[in-house]
Ligand binder design. Structure first.
Ligand SMILES: [Zn+2]
Length: 61
């Protein structure tokens, strides 16, 4: 499956921060400061707006 690694690389954009780490940095816990969530299935890449409706990845105050 040539698409497999590309899917993983796409999803790697979500970052590796845990929700607690993201909060500690003033970032949205849900999207780790990206403002969006990335997922991919079989080479189809999906960018979804953060469901927390954060301010471009910044934690809401
Ligand atoms: Zn967010």
């Amino acid at each position: 499956m040539p698409h497999r690694m590309a899917d993983q690389q796409w999803e790697a954009q979500n970052g590796s921060l845990s929700p607690d780490e993201a909060r500690a940095r003033g970032l949205c816990w849900c999207c780790s400061g990206n403002g969006a969530l990335y997922s991919a299935h079989g080479g189809e890449r999906i960018t979804a707006p953060c469901p927390e409706r954060c301010d471009n990845g910044k934690a809401r105050r």
